[in-house]
Design a binder for this molecule. Structure first.
Ligand code: F6R
Length: 610
């Protein structure tokens, strides 16, 4: 989704903003732009469709030398199609005020109407363009840019991260946020502002997060925060971000998606490191210690999440219910927030999010804010909004995930859900020790699957020609089948649906013919024979089947057209291994079709609008 980067300091702002925008490219965008102030305070505005690299060419065509202040943006269209005029920064008529914005201004129609009556004209179709005109309106009344900025922000309703600059205040940047991330990196003599810390980290790890309903006035090496609800200054020191910048590089891999799939063994290790120990039989989750007393009284857990995180939540439902006996419900965050349902104080809300910035998941947490319930999080992005707004939680420690399609985060989320289940089981469950031991064996088993990548690639190439795909599984493999279908459709654009294998006769079987293949999760366990019957039913109707089976199994190969074997594991941990197979399969189908696998069309990495 949209990305914001701003710079004020002694170096060349254009270079720093462009490199920051490049670091945010993975989030997906359709256009980009930059506003630059040179040493005399003169402004230049450059915008274009397509990649950030094109902005450098536009800058090279100007006579600009040094730009100590710059704000830039990558736009993922919401209001108005992708076009140069809709790209950010937006400005007032005489190009003295520039604004970049992430989020949505909900009352922009009424603001436009009102400003229109005041004589303002709009060049774009965007909601964002109201902001520079609003600031302009108030500046004309007060001749004080900071006051004008505050007045404009107070008029706006919606969700936003806003960064503004002006030739009227050429030594400052002005930022404001509500439900959309904004972080300031502070160095001696300079500050870098961004919507995501990955745009800042190559310059500094000392950061301060702007909070909801706050504005920041940012100068060279310093910042001032103001609580807009109470019109008072806020003191907040910088914090040190513990983040390895090398993790954000591609290395020898052709795509981030493949790199991140290949990080699976490491992901499992990092998610469980220092947390579970089979030899001592212990699970320690530091992030939950502060709420240990409350957790004792929880009699229902509602998991909220979107997309892949939602499917991890469904695996979590099976795990938590089987291991802890606590009833669990998993809801799509986008549905949860508009539903009226009874919610008692002994219910815990557990939000799962890779980015920690997903608007719907944030809204779900906001919905229960006044219910007095425990709000927990499983988040990958350290310091993200969801991580900060929950009462307690467990980080995934998967490192930055750059490909739009989530892979290693799913693996880490399931591992963390397993650890939470074990923690809440109070050691009483007979699965406790075997699962602790299995967690330690999983990285090696994940590696064995990765070693089969060339074979999986060969199989995937055979299936790239199909237009539809069905994914089926039973038990723990059912939610995993749903995730497999999502992975294939988002990167290969093949229509794919996930189904519980037992549902085949209740409808989906009607679709089966030679052109509608099935990906069957048929690993060994109590339900294998039933899944094999489903495979036979599909074959009997002329269907084609790729199956995932357990090493040593002889049954599945008798019926399926292609079989990919995974090492024997426990039913509860199989989703982790099956997911790796399906991620590789989807990746190779998409690359065989020559698609942009890291940035699938129409998608963005972090969905910060509803
Ligand atoms: C799919 C994918 C998305 C995300 C979803 C939630 O591969 O990445 O479905 O899982 O947008 O995102 P997070 O986990 O960041 O809340």
């Amino acid at each position: 989704m949209c990305g914001i980067v701003g710079y004020i300091g002694r170096r060349n702002g254009a270079d720093i903003v462009l490199s920051g925008l490049s670091a945010l490219e993975y989030r997906g965008y359709d256009s980009a732009g930059i506003a630059l102030l040179d040493e005399t305070g003169e402004a230049t505005l450059l915008k274009q469709l397509g990649r950030v690299a094109g902005l450098q060419k536009l800058i090279d065509e100007t006579t600009l030398q040094k730009t100590p202040l710059a704000i830039g943006h990558t736009r993922w269209a919401t209001h108005g199609k992708p076009s140069v005029v809709n790209a950010h920064p937006h400005s007032n008529a005489d190009q003295t005020i520039f604004v970049v914005h992430n989020g949505i201004i909900e009352n922009y129609v009424e603001l436009r109407e009102w400003l229109g009556k005041e004589g303002y004209h709009f060049a774009s179709e965007t909601d964002t363009e109201t902001i520079p005109h609003l600031i302009d309106y108030y500046y004309k009344k007060t001749s004080n840019f900071e006051e004008a900025f505050v007045s404009a922000i107070k008029e706006i309703r919606g969700a936003y991260a806003i960064l503004a600059c002006s030739t009227m205040a050429p030594d400052k940047l002005f930022a404001a946020r509500l439900s959309s991330p904004m972080v300031i990196g502070v160095n001696k003599d300079e500050c870098i502002v961004a919507s995501d810390p990955s745009a800042i980290l190559q310059h500094t790890k000392e950061v301060v997060y702007v909070q909801d309903n706050e504005m920041a006035v940012i100068e060279k090496g310093s910042y001032r925060l103001v609580d807009l609800a109470h019109d008072k200054q806020v003191q907040r020191e910088t914090e040190h971000l513990d983040f390895d910048i090398n993790q954000a590089n591609l290395g020898d891999f052709p795509h981030f998606m493949l790199k991140e799939i290949f990080e699976a063994p490491q992901t499992i290790r990092l998610a469980s490191l220092g947390r579970s120990n089979a030899s001592t039989g212990t699970v320690k989750l530091g992030g939950l210690e502060s709420v240990a007393d409350q957790l004792r009284y929880i009699d229902r857990i509602v998991i909220v999440a979107c997309g892949t995180s939602y499917y991890a939540g469904l695996v979590g439902e099976y795990l938590l219910e089987e291991i802890t006996g606590i009833p669990v419900e998993v809801q799509l965050a986008s549905e949860f927030k508009y539903r009226n349902e009874p919610f008692s104080r002994s219910t815990a809300l557990l939000a799962i999010s890779q980015s920690g910035e997903t608007a719907d998941t944030i809204a779900a947490l906001q919905k229960v804010q006044d219910y007095g319930v425990l709000r927990l999080g499983i988040v990958n992005a350290v310091g993200s909004t969801i991580a900060r707004m929950t009462d307690a939680g467990v980080y995934c420690h998967a490192g930055p995930e750059q490909a739009v399609a989530s892979t290693k985060a799913f693996i880490a989320q399931v591992v963390v859900l397993l650890l939470i289940s074990l923690k809440l089981s109070k050691n009483g469950d007979n699965l406790y020790q075997p699962l602790l031991e299995e967690i330690e064996a999983l990285p090696g088993k994940a590696q064995q699957i990765l070693d089969q990548a060339p074979a999986i690639e060969r199989i995937a190439k055979k299936y790239k020609k199909y237009r539809d795909f069905l994914f089926i599984g039973r038990g723990y493999s059912f939610p995993c089948a749903l995730e497999g279908a999502l992975k294939l459709k988002e990167v290969s654009y093949i229509h794919a649906e996930g189904y519980a294998a037992g549902e085949m006769k209740h409808g989906p079987l009607a679709m089966i013919d030679k052109d509608f293949p099935t990906f069957a999760l048929a690993t060994s366990g109590p339900l294998l024979e039933k899944t094999c019957s489903n495979i036979q039913e599909i074959k009997a109707r002329g269907g084609v089947v790729v199956a995932v089976a357990t090493e040593g199994d002889k049954l599945v190969a008798k019926h399926a057209d292609d079989v990919i074997y995974i090492p024997k594991s426990l039913e509860q941990t199989e989703p982790i291994l099956e997911a790796i197979v399906m991620q590789l399969f989807s990746y190779y189908v998409a690359t065989a079709k020559d698609l942009d696998v890291d940035r699938p069309r129409n998608l963005a990495k972090s969905v910060t609008v509803e």
